[in-house]
Design a protein around this ligand. Structure first.
Ligand SMILES: O=C(O)CCC(=O)C(=O)O
Length: 267
């Protein structure tokens, strides 16, 4: 029998847990039903058309390929629609639904989870003309919690592949210990550092279909290129933590009360 705090573990979840433990990521194919996908797409399109705040522009991230400033051509290309949980209940519906939380609970190994408000909690977009590339990094580089036990859930609203800037991940990098030269001053994983090369050479491109959810550990190294197609790419991204893995007081990670998906309340 499961402990009260332990999630129910079915055979499919047990296999997913094993992949996640080994590689640091796993894909739940077709997890998001078409009606829910369509509701989220409509909301994203409405907010993109109005550039409804809070948003982050490509020009703000200043990654390779980004416009040089908000006044430059393409300077108002949205990179992220921020605060998904606050902008439309359709996103909290998805973050808190039983399909998503069953996976989050299974991969985190506890029934008691929270949806993190301070990190991700956004819609990532990549537009054809002015998209930028993201270098190799671990999401936890600027996150502050008791433990590095954090799970990202990336729901594809469109097909994702190398052509449109889909994700590449480095299997098993979430468990690696890297030397002191491995990261640059912005904490990107340095491709010119010889010991990093075998890691980067082992990266895998993740192709996603609309409705697929890529779950990945917040310490797994990942990167993504520019969108070289003529169509926009959109993904809804949330992070989950065990209730017991608390943000450190006074840090950015503690900036907002996290969401209890059971009660749909902030705690
Ligand atoms: O879509 C991308 O370029 C990657 C985004 C990403 O890895 C991040 O925001 O942490």
């Amino acid at each position: 029998m499961n402990e009260p705090d332990m999630p129910e573990i079915t055979a499919d979840m047990s296999a997913a847990q094993a992949s996640f433990e080994r590689d640091g990521f796993v894909i739940a194919g077709g997890l998001c039903p078409p009606e829910q996908l369509q509701r989220m797409r409509l909301s994203v399109e409405r907010d993109l058309a109005a550039a409804l705040a809070p948003v982050e522009y490509e020009a703000d991230v200043a990654y390779p390929g980004a416009p040089s400033g908000r006044e430059a051509p393409g300077g108002h290309t949205v990179r992220r629609l921020l605060d998904a949980l606050g902008r439309d209940p359709v996103f909290a519906d998805w973050a808190c639904c039983s399909a998503m939380t069953r996976w989050a609970r299974g991969l985190l190994g506890t029934r008691r989870i929270r949806v993190v408000r301070a990190h991700h909690n956004c819609i990532m977009t990549k537009h054809p003309d002015y998209s930028s590339a993201t270098g190799w990094h671990q999401d936890i580089r600027y996150w502050s919690f008791d433990r590095p036990e954090l799970l990202n859930a990336w729901t594809a609203l469109d097909c994702e592949s190398r052509d449109n800037g889909g994700m590449r991940l480095i299997p098993a990098s979430h468990r690696a210990v890297f030397d002191s030269e491995a990261f640059d001053t912005d904490r990107f994983f340095r491709s010119e550092h010889p010991p990093n090369r075998p890691w980067i050479d082992s990266a895998v491109q993740v192709d996603l279909q609309p409705g697929d959810v890529l779950f990945f550990h917040a310490a797994v190294l990942h990167a993504a290129g520019r969108n070289l197609t003529e169509r926009r790419k959109r993904a809804v991204v949330f992070s989950y933590r065990p209730e017991s893995n608390r943000p450190l007081p006074g840090t950015r990670s503690a900036a907002g009360a996290d969401l209890d998906p059971e009660r749909r309340a902030c705690v």
